[in-house]
Design a protein around this ligand. Structure first.
Ligand code: GLP
Length: 245
């Protein structure tokens, strides 16, 4: 710590960034701690303020730090890591981490699906679907906005139920669906103003959008969901296995 190699090929800002990151990972800098100011770091490493700023800006844009106007830069709580290949529910993922899941129902209605949802669910564009929009929270913190479409004929009466808890539990207990496989994709999107508002981020902030189509025990497409997770709070992981063929 506190030393940068000024002769080597590794950019100075990158060395400082790496050292700060290591301090966070080792727990020397904990969530909520204030990181040394630009001036302190400039003196400590004997580099320009621009260099220090670049390191801090990158750590901020990658979700490790956040700035509070007038009081400094602080360490964020670590991102939630979630495996991409598991067909789990939001509720299960939160319990697994010891967090309390909750939902706010933003809208619930029966609509016609439109092309994309119709294709994903393999139903005609004119066949009614139930559309739910929910804000998902972990111990009170907004994490994701989810829009789910389900063929209305498969979930009669769903709109009359209490939809503030786990949808997968309702699908299993009330309708007898076991969701046992699906397809999922991940892409980056910018938060639209409505999403930004409920997630508590600025419009345009990067979100990670998971699109999932889940099938039941008979192979029917039961759910098509777009889940937009806060990019500053989530990291998705996948285990890679090399094909030995
Ligand atoms: C995850 C999935 C969604 C699914 C949801 C169900 O968030 N990305 O596709 O609809 O879990 O979660 P729950 O059972 O907690 O409502």
């Amino acid at each position: 710590m506190d030393y940068v190699d000024k002769r080597g090929p590794v950019p100075l800002y990158f060395q400082i960034k790496t050292q700060l990151l290591e301090a966070i990972e080792r727990g020397q800098l904990k969530p909520g701690d204030r990181v040394p100011s630009e001036r302190e770091l400039t003196e400590r490493y004997g580099v320009s303020r621009m260099t220090v700023r670049q390191a801090l800006v990158e750590l901020e844009s990658q979700g490790y730090l956040h700035r509070v106007q007038g009081s400094g830069t602080f360490v964020n709580t670590p991102k939630l890591e979630q495996p991409l290949v598991a067909l789990t529910s939001f509720t299960e993922e939160m319990y697994r981490r010891g967090l309390a899941p909750s939902s706010q129902l933003l809208s619930a209605q029966q609509v016609v699906p439109g092309r994309r949802a119709g294709q994903a669910l393999a139903i005609p564009e004119t066949e009614p679907v139930v559309r739910l929009e929910r804000l998902r929270l972990a111990s009170g913190q907004p994490m994701a906005v989810e829009v789910v479409h389900m063929p209305a004929t498969l979930v009669p009466g769903l709109l009359d139920l209490d939809l503030s808890s786990s949808l997968y539990t309702i699908l299993k207990e009330r309708y007898g669906f076991t969701l046992n496989r699906g397809m999922q994709s991940l892409e980056a999107v910018a938060a639209r103003s409505s999403e930004a508002k409920v997630l508590g981020v600025k419009e345009g902030t990067p979100l990670l959008m998971l699109e999932r189509v889940s099938r039941d025990q008979y192979g029917r497409q039961v759910e098509y969901t777009q889940s937009c997770y806060r990019g500053d709070r989530y990291r998705f992981t996948v285990e890679l296995i090399r094909d030995q063929g």
